[in-house]
Design a protein around this ligand. Structure first.
Ligand code: SDX
Length: 428
């Protein structure tokens, strides 16, 4: 028996269907709310509002559960690899050996970018933030592949755009870093796996041989898996709403990169390290900064803490915290900010302010410590988040397009001036 929700307003009763998902989450379907009652809903930040139905990622914030297409994040982080997880998110199933090999070959075959991209890159000053470079280069793909401007093309052509994105993003990310360093860019090396190829493009220099450390490549692969999708977060919602206007997939992903850049979202991983460094420079007094975070008159927030959905541990933070110890141990890296992070976490988890607000470490709290141990500079951390999130953005864009979702256009409650007549300049 399907459920329904009743609403009484100004003496009239209304009834709306309730839909229930495969994990027993229920939502009131208000598609007919305004037509039947004249009412709309108001929900700044969409804290209580579902934008869509999706079969890609399930997360339970109370239980700290995260699954991609039904598979537990813990299993995928331990047993899978980033390209396989990308295939799973985008096409819905784990690939067979043949499907995986074809997908990997396709990606490898498209890692090179048009030589003219270098001219765009050279236009950026060396102090350009790599996120701005990355979103610009991704959007520039619309110029090099003008057929992609029409997202209504056939399945094969849409799939080629998807493959190009996954293949070329690491090249763009590494080139953005090289632009910052004033180093010559490295071309992809198709004899290497996805993460090793990225690391070589990032760190190889013409003057010397570069061998990828398998510990570093493996740690990076795990981090990319952990960032691959997260249902309707800010940047994914951006990708979906831009894509809903039938803008190209490149324009939609470029918009998502820019949304991720914000320090309240993906930019938090950079802010966490900057915060930990500041605490270290200030004597390492975790309690002092906890008090600042609790002080309403102080804009300081404990970056890497809190989450819109997780009101328990972010399962990704648990995995990354353990990986941080493993990777730093294997690499023989002793980073004092790791101890400060652990002290801060311990103090916060035992502090009533954080307990009352159910604030736990999120995915960004420990990830920067690993990126730093891998030799990745702080302002590239959010670029790494974007590299990881790319298959999720693509999967969500594809689902939105295949479901024929309408253009996103929220309503508002107007609170401005009522009707008034124009006043000529000499009478104001
Ligand atoms: C990501 O959505 C996703 O899934 C995102 C993400 C993904 O994979 O895509 O998981 C990635 O963006 C993780 C979050 C990274 N951002 C940060 O670490 C920045 C620090 N965290 C916060 O700014 C905050 O927790 C948010 C933005 C993450 C969530 O904010 P909400 O849900 O809007 O909650 P809120 O700001 O209304 O906070 C509720 C209360 C407030 O106090 P009161 O007004 O009730 O007294 O908690 C307080 C806030 O002041 N609070 C914090 C805090 N986070 C919330 N206080 C101190 N430090 C913090 N970090």
């Amino acid at each position: 028996m399907s459920e329904s929700a009743k609403l009484s307003f100004q003496g009239k009763d209304y009834e709306f269907p309730v839909i229930t998902g495969t994990e027993n989450e229920s939502a009131i379907d208000i598609a007919k709310l305004r037509a039947s009652s004249g009412l709309i809903t108001l929900d700044p930040g969409y804290k209580n509002t579902g934008a869509t139905k999706s079969a890609i990622t399930f997360l339970d914030g109370e239980e700290g559960i995260l699954r991609y297409r039904g598979y537990r994040i813990e299993d995928l982080a331990e047993k899978s690899n980033f390209l396989e997880v990308s295939y799973l998110l985008i096409y819905g199933e784990l690939p067979t050996q043949e499907q995986y090999e074809n997908f990997s070959k396709e990606i490898t075959h498209h890692t090179l970018v048009h030589e003219d991209i270098k001219k765009i890159l050279e236009g950026f000053p060396s102090n350009a933030h790599p996120m701005g470079v990355l979103s610009s280069l991704i959007c520039a793909l619309t110029a090099f592949y003008p057929d992609s401007l029409n997202p209504n093309r056939n399945k094969e052509e849409v799939n080629l755009s998807i493959v190009r994105l996954i293949a070329k993003m690491p090249t763009f990310a590494a080139w953005a870093y090289k632009n910052e360093m004033g180093h010559p860019v490295n071309y992809p090396d198709n004899s290497l796996d996805y993460c090793s190829n990225f690391l070589k493009m990032m760190f190889a220099l013409p003057a010397e041989k570069y061998d990828v450390d398998p510990v570093v490549a493996s740690a990076l692969d795990k981090l990319l898996i952990l960032h691959a999708d997260h249902e309707q977060n800010c940047s994914t919602s951006t990708v979906r709403i831009v894509g809903s206007s039938q803008a190209s997939i490149y324009a939609s992903i470029s918009a998502g990169i820019n949304a991720l850049w914000g320090p309240l979202h993906g930019g938090a991983n950079q802010s966490v390290i900057e915060m930990l460094e500041a605490i270290k420079a200030d004597g390492g007094d975790a309690k002092k900064y906890l008090d600042k975070a609790k002080d309403k008159n102080d804009p300081f927030r404990l970056m890497g803490f809190g989450h819109r959905v997780y009101k328990n541990f972010d399962p990704r933070a648990k995995i990354i915290k353990k990986a941080a110890d493993d990777v730093l141990g294997k690499l023989g890296v002793n980073d004092p900010v790791l101890e400060i992070a652990k002290e801060l976490e311990h103090a916060a988890l035992n502090d009533q302010y954080f307990i009352d607000r159910q604030l736990y470490p999120n995915v960004d709290f420990y990830s920067g410590i690993i990126y730093r141990a891998l030799g990745i500079p702080t302002d590239m951390f959010t670029v790494m988040f974007a590299l990881g999130r790319l298959p999720g953005w693509i999967a969500q864009w594809k689902e939105m397009r295949e479901n024929g979702e309408p253009i996103g256009r929220p309503r508002q409650v107007y609170t401005g001036a009522n009707e008034r007549d124009y006043v000529s300049m000499n009478k104001r």
